[in-house]
Design a protein. Sequence first.
Length: 275
Amino acid sequence: MAAATHGANVWAALASVRAKNPLVQCIANYVSMDLAANTLLAAGASPAMVHSAEEVEEFIQIAGALSVNIGTLSPPWVEGMRRAIAGAKEAGKPWVLDPVGVGATTYRTKICQELIAMGPTVIRGNASEILAAAGAATEATRGVDSSAASTDALSAAKQLATACGSVVAVSGAIDLITDGRRVLRVANGDPLLQKVTATGCSVTALIAVFLAANPELQPLEAAAYTLAYFGLAAQVAVEAHPGGPGTFRAHFLDALYALGEETVTQGALVSEDPL
Ligand SMILES: Nc1ncnc2c1ncn2[C@@H]1O[C@H](COP(=O)(O)OP(=O)(O)O)[C@@H](O)[C@H]1O
Ligand SMILES: Cc1ncsc1CCOP(=O)(O)O
Ligand SMILES: [Mg+2]
């Protein structure tokens, strides 16, 4: 599909988010709660950070999708994740997993594998996380930030997608999104996104938003369009207001809120690898 067509599709998907204002349940983490919630609000969605095992199953009934993030996991949070995912699956709602820091500790890896086995619609992580989740890491992970390029994780992403039946999105300078067969590439973004904590967590929650608002799209496309919109907002923010991480964070939220049809249609850089 031509880049221009993808651009129009990214705009249509974003317009649907803004028109529908989907309610999305987020099991976030102590670091990302604020930025993820503000990202979703700026995009036109309605976030709810709900992680307690006592209420997650009830809440998913009224939400359009679920985002699960293992950033600051502990046993009570994990129980909330299990119940929320079971509820989402029973209700036929899409759910997205962010495997933050998988591979760093035995506990994190064990829980992540358990959640992956529950069949996320989309898994979005950085290259080190996708390599670890696929069992393909060749060096120890450094924590929540990536020490590899997204392109280093393409075959691991394909393998993981095929093994678990999920779409796998590897973020980085070029985002790679695969269902195990097709590969979409997104060239939008700015390196400053790596200098603000929780941007990865936020784009994962935003993928859940795009899934909720665009049920007619394949998850492969929905995930790619989310990353294109998110990355383009960063580019627009930096171009209009060059600066450092602190001011970027504010201008980035403003750009997510304000991006218009012409900018999105012309600026989204989505391409597909030949099969
Ligand atoms: N070098 C880069 N250039 C442009 N955009 C980037 C770069 N690295 C990451 N991004 C973007 O930053 C966002 C978060 O990705 P990433 O930093 O890989 O996730 P995480 O925060 O989970 O490590 C994504 O939208 C991604 O496209
Ligand atoms: C710093 C940190 N520590 C535990 S979770 C977290 C946030 C990670 O956010 P992201 O993966 O989006 O950079
Ligand atoms: Mg992350």
